[in-house]
Design a protein around this ligand. Sequence first.
Ligand SMILES: Cc1cc2nc3c(=O)[nH]c(=O)nc-3n(C[C@H](O)[C@H](O)[C@H](O)COP(=O)(O)OP(=O)(O)OC[C@H]3O[C@@H](n4cnc5c(N)ncnc54)[C@H](O)[C@@H]3O)c2cc1C
Length: 457
Amino acid sequence: MATADIVICGAGLAGISAAYHLTAKRSISNVLVIDERPPMTLTSDKSTECYRNWWPGPGDTMVRFINHSIDLLEEMAAESGNFFGLNRRGYVFLTADPARVESFKEAAKIISGLGAGPIRYHKPGQSTYQPSSPEGFESPLTGADLLFGSELIRQYYPFVTEDVIAMLNPRRCGWLSAQQLGMYMFDLAKANGAQFLSGKVSGISVQGGRIHGVEVESESGASMVHTNTFINAAGPFVKEIGEMMGIDLPVFNELHGKISFADPLGVVPREVPLMIWSDPVSLPWSDDERQDLCAYEDTQWLLEEFPAGVHFRPEGLGHSRVLLILWTYDVEEQKVVLPPQFDQFYPEIVLRGLTRMIPGLSAYINKMGRPVVDGGYYCKTQENRPLIGPLPLEGAYILGAVSGYGVMAGPAAGELLAAHVVGADIPDYAPQFRLERYNDLEYQKMLASWDATSGQL
Ligand SMILES: Cc1cc2nc3c(=O)[nH]c(=O)nc-3n(C[C@H](O)[C@H](O)[C@H](O)COP(=O)(O)OP(=O)(O)OC[C@H]3O[C@@H](n4cnc5c(N)ncnc54)[C@H](O)[C@@H]3O)c2cc1C
């Protein structure tokens, strides 16, 4: 029987970050990471790889947590010669709806007040707005810029629809290569003693009320790894792993897809930020298409209004023309099916939806070739906050439910989990992420008016 000081189930970004912090930062060398897949290949390589310090309340917990994670990302980028291509291009939210302008102003005021940085207002004729630099991550700009008026917005983003009226541009945001970040942290973890075992965690042995070992099925058969410390970082499978310990974790999964699609006409300049259309959208159809869709019950929904939130960013360096586009218009709890199955209309819908923000992309309607569709599951709690910390079984921990923010939160989440394991100081927001929070009656009351899409794009 093999022995490890700590066993981590899951070599996605969460498990790898925990391994990195335990080994490279906390000097625990006998850490074993077990995964039935190659590292970073289930959810963590399907992400849009973006980050933002722009998070709603309640309270400043998420702003502080992600701000700290971005600090760690910047530290690692600086020490590695930016091995994982961190940029700071910002996020840009756009609206053509006068009613939403007020909600942009309100959100900006609130989130700025939570610690995301100052707000700068720009009107035509009195604007000092400067778009973010496309490369590098060292800009001192935080907070957000609010721009008013189509002319001013289109001065910087001329490809955006003429009827746009307001733009909210949070600055401490951008993207990176999640795969490279994962490999960077995993290489350092391995250099400091971590080991990887290819296999499926099939059971957890508990003796005397504490973790005793982990059962593993691998190519060489079933085996047991003896350990007193086990970290559940199994992504969309954290609930199943919890059941192996008799712990019911309050999480569920949502499927989110994205398409990668080429823009050979160069409709969108390559240096733009992540851009989000904040209004609901009715898809553009020709009269003939409309008639056809109307004729069948199973296609009539395509004529209805779709929710806000279609977004995109350019992907790739050099001569790349690829755009990544995302739009989860049907957010719902789902059973995990692998590989994930996406709606046959998904690419068509996201492209047509995006033409509301960027009319020039209409050039690709019915001519988009074969876009690549992929994605994965957001594992979530009911209030869209993570689970990080000890479980009610001695020696058991969880690092999971990191939803659609597990890349940006990864560094701080792994650091926090490692601090719990070694008994080091933890930040004062740490209790907000522990499973125990659900035992608090005040917290339960707050949950009644808290949405599982809180802070989700
Ligand atoms: C379309 C999409 C876009 C996204 N965009 C962003 C974004 O822009 N920014 C951001 O921060 N986040 C984003 N995310 C979210 C982010 O990708 C996830 O939060 C993150 O990757 C989760 O990491 P993880 O390590 O928890 O899970 P995973 O990467 O799924 O890793 C879990 C691992 O556990 C292993 N495992 C499970 N069960 C077992 C078992 N029994 N035995 C052995 N191994 C097991 C799996 O094989 C897997 O490798 C996005 C996600 C999707 C799907």
